[in-house]
Design a protein around this ligand. Structure first.
Ligand code: HEC
Length: 105
């Protein structure tokens, strides 16, 4: 293959990768809300969602102050949801944190 074609391919691959990141990975409050209401969040197998115990986020309006918020979310994933803890930097956790912080009153 000619070097110019390789360059073009590299650019295209880069665009695809970047496009996917925007489409699937960008954390958002809306995505966090969906995960909060999902019984499959973080590989949960208990049939519960976060909303089962915190309906619509109620009771969590002061959680944004919690310096260990991600760890607390992981506790609730591990315990009640019987899922797998998420990396703090993961898109799912970041969306969840954005959503919980949006509940601030
Ligand atoms: C079986 C019930 C149950 C489920 C399901 C559950 N939690 Fe909890 N959660 C609790 C209890 C009990 C506490 C501790 C008491 C409190 O602070 O309300 C708590 C505390 C928290 C706190 C700390 C509140 C604060 O003010 O710092 C956060 C944040 C939280 N949960 C998020 C979640 C998220 C996110 C999920 C879903 C992954 C979830 N919880 C699922 C019962 C549950």
């Amino acid at each position: 293959m000619k070097p110019c074609c390789l360059k073009l391919l590299a650019v295209l691959a880069g665009l695809l990768f970047y496009g996917n990141m925007i489409a699937e990975e960008a954390p958002s409050v809306e995505k966090g809300r969906q995960l909060f209401n999902s019984t499959e969040f973080a590989g949960a197998v208990s049939g519960k969602s976060c909303s089962s115990c915190h309906p619509g986020g109620s009771g969590l309006q002061f959680a944004w102050q919690n310096p260990y918020l991600a760890a607390q979310v992981n506790n609730c994933i591990l315990g009640p949801l019987r899922g797998k803890p998420l990396d703090e930097e993961s898109s799912g956790m970041q969306s969840m944190l954005l959503y919980i912080r949006s509940l601030k009153k």
